[in-house]
Design a protein around this ligand. Structure first.
Ligand code: SAM
Length: 235
């Protein structure tokens, strides 16, 4: 139920320091009252640059964290218990590996409705939709997370050159997502050569719990449709 979680009216209203305390000055008020100026207190506050929409149990974030240690990443998950699990998982990883996994966190929200409440225009450099719910019936296609209207929102939130990643084992949904991305003027598909150079693209099939389940269950016949588009920044 959406009534159970608060949504900021505007991205600037949200306090990210609770998610990534190590990346924010400890106590800016105290520092300035003592006249102490640290590098951290002079800089703009850090921002989330990667978002994993429908992050499930957080496998992708855990794999990405050490690859991009200076990038803040957020998993967005609708299910309360699953989002709590990811938060606990991250806290345990931080305890066991001091100084690591400080750059990943999870937020419970309906990303389909509230993405623009959390990120400003051009803020994101990577946006992931891994194994999204298929919504098989034609009457529920409007709930699919990749649609023409929502691609416009994603293009708004992505920085020029930012990337949008999708993967699914449902052939019909894969064709749908590819078709929507190909038809959208703000996105273009990356070549296989470009994908091979991208460490995140190489993780899509194997990093998440759903990807691992698909691989286990269907062995050789496992089929995945991968569409990656780049926001080419037309203004
Ligand atoms: N990406 C993960 C993976 O690959 O293991 C999870 C895939 S699971 C099939 C889809 C996830 O998306 C579920 O955990 C579901 O709760 C979440 N989800 C569905 N609709 C959502 C929404 N509107 N906002 C946030 N999460 C959503």
């Amino acid at each position: 139920n959406d009534a159970n979680f608060d949504v900021p009216a505007h991205p600037a209203q949200y306090d990210w320091s609770t998610h990534y305390p190590d990346h924010f000055p400890k106590d800016p008020a105290e520092q300035s009252s003592q006249g102490v100026v640290t590098a951290a207190s002079l800089c703009e506050p850090p921002e989330v640059n990667f978002a994993d929409v429908g992050c499930g149990f957080g496998g992708l974030l855990v794999k990405l964290a050490p690859l991009y240690p200076d990038t803040l990443m957020l998993g967005m998950e609708l299910r309360d218990k699953v989002s709590e699990y990811v938060k606990e998982r991250v806290l345990a990883l931080r305890r066991e590996n001091p100084g690591q996994y400080t750059n990943i966190s999870c937020l419970r929200t309906n990303a389909q409705k509230y993405l623009v409440h959390y990120f400003r225009k051009g803020q994101l450099t990577k946006l992931f939709f891994l194994f999204p719910d298929p919504h098989f019936k034609a009457s529920t296609h409007r709930r699919r997370i990749i649609s023409t209207a929502q691609l416009a929102d994603y293009a708004y939130l992505l920085a020029p050159g930012g990337m949008l990643y999708t993967i699914t084992d449902v052939a019909e949904l894969g064709a749908w997502m590819r078709e929507k991305a190909d038809a959208h003027p703000l996105f273009e598909r990356l070549s296989d050569e470009e994908l091979e150079l991208d460490p995140a693209a190489c993780l899509l099939a194997s990093a998440t719990e759903e990807g691992q389940k698909v691989a286990r269950n269907s062995g050789q016949t496992w089929s995945v449709t991968l569409a990656i588009a780049v926001n080419i920044g037309i203004s």
